[in-house]
Design a protein around this ligand. Sequence first.
Ligand SMILES: C[S@@+](CC[C@H](N)C(=O)[O-])C[C@H]1O[C@@H](n2cnc3c(N)ncnc32)[C@H](O)[C@@H]1O
Length: 358
Amino acid sequence: MSAAVQEPAGLDVILRSIDLQIAWCRGNGAPFTANILEVIRDNLSAGGVLAPLVVPWNGNPLADALALRVAGALHLMVRTERAGDLAAFYPGHGDAPWDGAAAARAVEAAVRTNLDFVRDVLTRPPQTNETGRSAVLMPGYATIAKETGLPLSILEVGASAGLNLMWDRYAYRYGDRFVGSPDAPLTISAEWRGPWCGVEALPRVVSRRGCDRSPFDLTAPDAADRLIAYVWPEQTERLARLEAAIRLAQHEKPVLEKADAAAWLEQNLAAPALGVATVVAHTIVWQYFTKETRTRARAALDAAGTRATAQAPLAWLSLEQYAPDQLPELRLAVWPGGEIRTIARAHPHGAWIEWLGA
Ligand SMILES: C[S@@+](CC[C@H](N)C(=O)[O-])C[C@H]1O[C@@H](n2cnc3c(N)ncnc32)[C@H](O)[C@@H]1O
């Protein structure tokens, strides 16, 4: 019996996926990106320059985030000064008032002069690394340090470019509370909801390492712009935060290994580490794991948990969206013991955190 082969997606399916993204952007504070996506949709339906690049699409346009790939390709052209007249409309690049017809002509011209470049960008899955999530992780890390009385040794899976591995180098502002050094290269602001967690200072981190199936190498040409291109251009605060974190990462070079999360955890949790709290951390990653990776990663944590002691404790700190219609939850387990607690809920990019208590 042969396995079902997925038919390439035709124009109708592609346009539907773009319309969904337009509606999402309109409802979520991204009107400029919605406008750009409308230009993209109209270009495709009129058989413009983008059509032969994406129709038919050999995959699932929604699952492959096709709309974000095309919008990201245009943003990347703007950021790398390939976009000609199109740049004038982009926030922070020209800020010209929106003119749909002129933008449509500019998209057609920019893509026509950069065909190979755009084709190449479209082959890559959009990759992101959201530093705002550090503002959600931070009180979780501080809780682990407080409960164990030990400095932290961090293992982050699905770390992307490693920007959240440097969370203790950032400072945090939650309303009128400030945590961290006033000289920090980046201050991340988030709204705090619920009772204050009690953190006064950032805990000590003695080691940190991350893995990713495809680690993002920030030293490669155009790398920073490629990561930034998938942030919506009108989200200027998010862009500035990302740019500052990238500058720090280019200097600090957080250690990132190319590995599947499960195999990496099995290897790195094989022996307990004395005198530190080993923390396995991840944000918005679990949903991308295969069933096998989830099962093996969980088994590696449970096995390491049974070996943990008060002098060599293990913690599992995760910010994950466990169902598509649910808000991300910050969960914590600390071994010995290992009971999983939901300690906060949060906005997916860390715009706010609702502390539920440790
Ligand atoms: C949505 S991104 C989140 C990145 C980062 N954790 C953040 O919050 O900004 C998901 C990341 O998981 C990585 N990933 C997916 N499956 C993986 C696996 N089996 N092992 C390691 N990394 C994986 C992807 O390459 C990608 O960098």
